[in-house]
Design a binder for this molecule. Structure first.
Ligand code: ZN
Length: 75
């Protein structure tokens, strides 16, 4: 996983929007989304609210499927 280059407080985890094939990276702390590109500290940033709007879904983690483990289970 990649340490968030924006907030430097959390990990960027790979997720999928439930019910779609869209995968993206999201920071567990600041909810910044990187859809296609590698996480970068340079703007523009996409936040989860805007990203989920495209799919007509609420910006909730329950609408996301984690494709890799979070920090709590990482070894
Ligand atoms: Zn972050």
């Amino acid at each position: 996983m990649i340490w968030c280059p924006r907030c430097e407080q959390g990990w960027v985890v790979k997720c999928r929007v439930v019910g779609t094939e869209e995968t993206f990276g999201i920071c567990e702390e600041c909810d910044t989304v990187w859809a296609a590109e590698e996480p970068s500290s340079r703007p523009p940033f996409t936040i989860l609210d805007e990203y989920m709007e495209k799919f007509g879904k609420a910006p909730l983690w329950s609408n996301l499927e984690r494709l890799e483990k979070g920090t709590e289970t990482a070894s």
